[in-house]
Write a protein that binds this ligand. Sequence first.
Ligand SMILES: [Zn+2]
Length: 120
Amino acid sequence: MMGKEIKLNIDNRQTFVNLTIHTMPDSPSPKKRPWLQGSGFARGRKSQNSKFYESTAWRKLRTMFIRTNPVCIECGRAGAVVDHIVRVNDDPDRALEWSNLQTMCHRCHNAKSGREAHNK
Ligand SMILES: [Zn+2]
């Protein structure tokens, strides 16, 4: 296994966390985003995001984020979901950007997802 380190600036507080992302040894480019592979991603089909959400990088980031921000930003209850402010489909480059994340509870997240689906 080969590892790639990325640094995350946590909440602009000068606290950097090292994430080691394990990539397959045959990944030729550090810019490669495994979750973007496959046709149809750019057209925004929901199933194309599943690789991203299963990625080690996302899981680590999500775990850290919800520890740092445990409360739903909309209702103040205990959060359960780390939501992308700009959706992964809309800007894949921001998928792992700390400032693009927000904690939500299931209820508020479902409401937001419903609104987004409605706006299509
Ligand atoms: Zn909520």
